[in-house]
Write a protein that binds this ligand. Structure first.
Ligand SMILES: *Cc1c(COP(=O)(O)O)cnc(C)c1O
Length: 523
């Protein structure tokens, strides 16, 4: 608890039996911080507001008579509050952030500089097109690069995240089936290892989801897909590389089987960063794929922050793209919103109010242009190399569920090496926090027991990977040496100890309530 707010909340016990408690609750320069409501005082404000001149209100007697109960802080107190909170955070700018599937990669500062150029940052979506030709030109260039990298026919930039791109692509598929009178197709096939957004998307637009089991080697069996295909199937949703970090080798055969059955092939492209510049998804037979700009082309994301999920469409689906579409006219570029104007004769309408996330587009294009085509290819090669380096460096101590083939951009471990030790995947993740690392993704993909999914990305140096590997090796040795104290109750050094995550998810306390006033002391 900082000096302003001391005494308003319970001090948090610091690592029982290990470290002495401090008077302030601070740990060296790691400062405790209460909630704004706990440290703010209603009689204080950061600004001096003049008394309003007398006026007659038009609130019909509903004007408030008491001051709003707002927590007030002086200007420096307000600043310290937010700086202290930010220092309790961990981000890719503080260290390796090895979350598998999420691809938390370094966002070069050049991207930020470009995104802040007033011509991009300050434009208004309702400005006349003639005044934003540069910004539209950037959208055009980004679209061109995305189509080059994927070999696809059309791209819609407006989806605001991967899941939103999935929805857009699947809505295009549904619109295409409807246009062709194929309204009886009610089923979408989704492999068991899929990201949860895949079945959720299919269900949201009224499809029944049928799971395709994984083969023993972690990939999808073309025969299992063939067996599940029928006149009732609208699409297959497949992630490639899949969420076990493996490339689906039979993808071309799978696509052919899907097309033969009159269905479309949706590819979840969230893992595009593993094959960028190496594989054009059009050559794999993909009809629709979203691209998480915030995973493949750097740009920060997470915590509900901005993302962008452009969706690329094959020739068959291009007429069913959403609006707006970027078109070139004799007066320059414009965003066409009328069906047909952009070649999307049966466009499905808007997916968002305007054109999408401008700042994300600028960051993505800045990353693409600064890497160049050779650099992008190298980025995916290095991401794959980093993941395999981690896997190879740990596989003597930790168990690898699919060791037959090399990994792509992420290394997957299961918990069979922990059996009988009393230590779980969650304990390993928590102990990693004590070592100063954000944990890997745990318990996902669901097809692997006690999964630990580590994605290092291409931008981590070998020294950084070596330190991460050494820390995990040390933890693995501690497990084998039966040093349970290191794990049980970890993290020991975090500002908050182990949280009851189930309770936090099931019974979240989202509203602060003022504690009852203490009874007046007897005179
Ligand atoms: C991240 C991810 C998604 C969802 O993308 P968001 O941008 O988080 O909505 C979908 N599929 C896979 C495989 C992902 O990794």
């Amino acid at each position: 608890m900082n000096s302003e707010g001391r005494g308003t909340t319970q001090p948090h016990p610091v690592s029982e039996n290990r470290l002495p408690e401090t008077f302030t609750g601070n740990r060296a320069l790691q400062l405790e911080e209460g909630l704004l409501f706990e440290i703010g005082r209603t009689d204080v404000s950061g600004v001096d507001l003049p008394e309003p001149p007398p006026f007659r209100d038009r609130l019909g007697g509903h004007a408030r008579t008491t001051a709003p109960d707002l927590p007030g802080l002086s200007e420096p107190e307000a600043m310290r509050h937010y700086v202290r909170l930010s220092q309790m955070n961990y981000g890719i700018d503080s260290g390796i952030f090895p979350l598998g599937s999420c691809t938390m990669k370094h966002n070069p500062r050049l991207n930020e500089k470009m995104a802040r150029l007033p011509g991009f940052a300050d434009v208004h979506p309702l400005q006349p097109a003639s005044t934003v030709q540069g910004a539209l030109g950037l959208l055009s260039e980004l679209s061109h690069v995305l189509l080059e990298l994927t070999g696809m026919q059309a791209v819609a930039l407006s989806p605001k995240a991967g899941a939103h791109g999935e929805l857009t692509g699947m809505m295009s598929i549904k619109a295409a089936h409807e246009a062709h009178g194929q309204t009886g197709r009610r089923i979408v096939l989704v492999p068991e290892s899929a990201h949860g957004t895949n079945p959720a998307t299919a269900a949201l637009i009224g499809y029944q989801v049928r799971a395709i089991p994984a083969r023993a080697d972690g990939t999808v069996d073309v025969q299992a897909v063939r067996d599940a295909l029928s006149d009732d199937v609208a699409a297959l949703m497949l992630t490639n590389p899949n969420t076990c970090g493996l490339f689906e080798r039979d993808v071309v055969e799978i696509a052919a089987a899907v097309h033969e059955a009159g269905a479309y092939f949706y590819c979840d492209g969230a893992n595009f960063n593993a094959i960028l510049g190496k594989v054009r998804v059009a050559d794999l037979g993909v009809d629709a794929m979203h691209i998480n700009l915030h995973k493949t082309f750097s740009t920060p994301h997470g915590g509900g922050g901005p993302g962008a999920g452009p969706v690329v469409l094959s020739e068959a689906l291009a007429p069913f793209a959403p609006v707006p579409a970027l078109v070139t006219t004799e007066n320059g570029l414009r965003l066409a919103e009328d069906k047909g104007a952009a070649g999307a004769e049966q466009a499905l309408g808007r997916m968002s109010a305007f054109h999408g996330q401008m700042g994300m587009f600028v960051r993505a294009l800045a990353w693409m242009l600064s890497h160049g085509s050779d650099g992008m290819k190298q980025a995916s090669e290095d991401a794959v190399l980093s993941a395999n380096y981690i896997r190879a460096s740990l596989s003597d101590l930790m168990s690898v569920p699919f060791p037959e083939r090399p990994a792509m951009h992420e290394a997957l471990f299961d918990d069979s090496w922990l059996h009988g030790t009393g230590v779980s995947t969650l304990d390993i993740a928590k102990a990693l926090i004590d070592e100063g690392f954000h944990p890997m993704t745990v318990y996902f993909p669901l097809v692997v027991h006690g999964a630990m999914l580590i994605e290092p990305t291409e931008s981590e140096s070998k020294a950084s990977l070596d330190l991460f590997i050494a820390a995990l090796r040390d933890l693995a040795m501690a497990v084998k040496g039966n040093d349970k104290a290191r794990f049980l109750g970890a993290p020991h050094y975090a500002p908050r100890r182990r949280l009851d995550e189930t309770r936090a998810a099931r019974k979240p306390v989202l509203r602060w309530t003022r504690p009852a006033p203490l009874p007046e002391a007897a005179e």
